[in-house]
Design a protein around this ligand. Structure first.
Ligand code: PHE
Length: 454
């Protein structure tokens, strides 16, 4: 190995970094718009079930695989099994990291661009839903605007990862995550005190089951993976910097609670604002960019809240993007003996380039469609709704059936002896969920949604 493996400075540092990975555009940008498109509360309910029954068990499994092997996803499977098939499963994870980061950074770039718009006070020129939407369309129609901020976001991501696990990722998360919490709380208070906020809350809590289709169940499942950074080895990689002193089930539970709390709070902040200004919750990926500027122009102190919101979004995206890049970097450091610095520079640049067609999906390539979707949509669908659930499926199968639960439990006990003594039932259910429930549920949802079973 080129360099001695790094470790987190503290358990708290790990929790913040892992929560930072989980909490991202998924929570603040994606969750509200897919909930908006899929009927609100009913979707939220299915999503919460997926998080608790599949997300949490798989998260524990991933962190455990990382800590046990002290390797990136490819190295982890390789070390425990060595069959080419499982190495390939790890490889698909690294590939998914690549793909997600490439389009993720495009949206994160919009967010930086919107901080600039907010500071300039541009939103005041577009005070209603129609013109704010046109403003968004005009910005993303400008290829240079999109690619420029996509590039800037990449540079920020690369800087953090360049400085390593403790000096970059952990230190960055310790600064960014608390700022993020504070900003979100301020925005929630602002949201619920708006006149007409109750309609937004109703939308979020009162289910409309008629909007739920098999496709929306797949989206909820895919999103459970996406939002917890599961199915592609990001949590495995972060777990690989943990030591045997740490209690994995407890850490995983904290990460899940933080992630879910932030998604729900973001939902409250956003839907109260959207409904208070009588806007459409189902406008798709542009939701927060189209609707929130209108809200900001109308509310007292909106100038400041606008800046805070897009700062929040950018920080959340950054702590997630670094975990995506870290997967690819860890692979090249562990398996190819590269130095961290070289891996960051080379793969940062390559992933940036892969993101360019996604950036152009909103302008020059907007009319080029694969299966009726833009390149950006295809990348998102491929990664979130196919690669991540498939990855989660194989991770469950691997731990439960191939590596074996007996061995897994021996490893899991390290750092968690108390839990095993006092709450043996929790461990028993974890085994059961991982062995049967999560693979079977993922399979059913998956086959259903691609039309193989009806
Ligand atoms: N969890 C991140 C979010 O919600 C996205 C992500 C997915 C990060 C997969 C790492 C790995 O925005």
């Amino acid at each position: 190995m080129a360099e001695k493996r790094e470790h987190w400075g503290s358990k708290f540092g790990f929790i913040l970094a892992a929560a930072g990975s989980a909490i991202g555009l998924g929570n603040i940008w994606k969750f509200p718009y897919i909930a908006g498109e899929n009927g609100g509360a009913a979707f939220v309910f299915i999503y919460l079930i997926c998080i608790a029954m599949i997300g949490l068990p798989v998260l524990i499994a991933e962190i455990l695989l990382g800590r046990t092997t002290q390797r990136n996803p490819v190295g982890a499977f390789n070390k425990l099994n060595g069959r080419p098939f499982w190495t390939m499963v790890g490889g698909i994870g690294v590939l998914a990291g690549f793909i997600i980061l490439s389009f993720y950074s495009v949206v994160a770039g919009w967010s930086i661009g919107y901080i600039v718009e907010a500071v300039k006070g541009t939103f005041y020129n577009y005070p209603d839903a129609a013109s704010a939407g046109e403003h968004f369309d005009a910005l993303v129609h400008n290829a240079w605007w999109v690619i420029g901020y996509h590039g800037l976001f990449f540079i920020l991501t690369m800087i953090v990862v360049y400085f390593g696990v403790k000096g970059g990722i952990e230190r960055g998360s310790k600064i960014m995550m608390p700022v993020l919490f504070v900003i979100l709380i301020i925005l929630v208070i602002r949201g619920v005190t708006l006149e007409g906020a109750d309609k937004g809350l109703t939308f979020l809590w009162n289910p409309d089951w008629s909007k739920i289709t098999s496709q929306s169940v797949l989206i909820a499942l895919g999103h459970a993976f996406f939002t917890l950074s599961l199915g592609m080895g990001a949590m495995m990689t972060y777990g690989s910097y943990l030591s045997e002193k740490d209690n994995i089930p407890a850490a995983a539970l904290e990460i899940v609670i933080l992630d879910t709390l932030i998604a729900l709070l973001a939902g409250v902040a956003i839907f109260t604002a959207v409904f208070a200004t009588a806007q459409d919750p189902a406008v798709g990926p542009g939701l927060i960019f189209r609707t929130l500027p209108v809200v900001f122009t109308k509310m007292p102190g909106g100038f400041l809240f606008a800046i805070l919101f897009f700062l929040l979004l950018t920080l959340a995206a950054l702590t997630s993007a670094i975990s995506l890049l870290e997967v690819v970097v860890a692979f090249f450091v562990d398996e190819m003996n590269w130095t961290r610095h070289r891996a960051v520079l080379v793969f940062g640049f390559i992933t940036f380039l892969l993101g360019v067609p996604s950036a152009l999906s909103f302008n020059l390539l907007a009319d080029y469609k694969l299966f009726d979707h833009t390149f950006f949509d295809v990348m998102d669908f491929l990664a979130s709704n196919i690669l991540l659930p498939v990855g989660g499926f194989f991770i469950s199968i691997f731990v439960a059936w191939v590596w074996g639960l007996d061995r897994a439990v021996v490893e899991l006990k390290k750092g968690a002896v108390n839990l095993f003594e006092k709450h043996a039932g929790i461990i028993r259910s974890w085994k059961w969920f991982l062995k049967y429930l999560s693979p079977v549920m993922i399979l059913i949802v998956f086959l259903y949604s691609i039309g193989l079973i009806k």
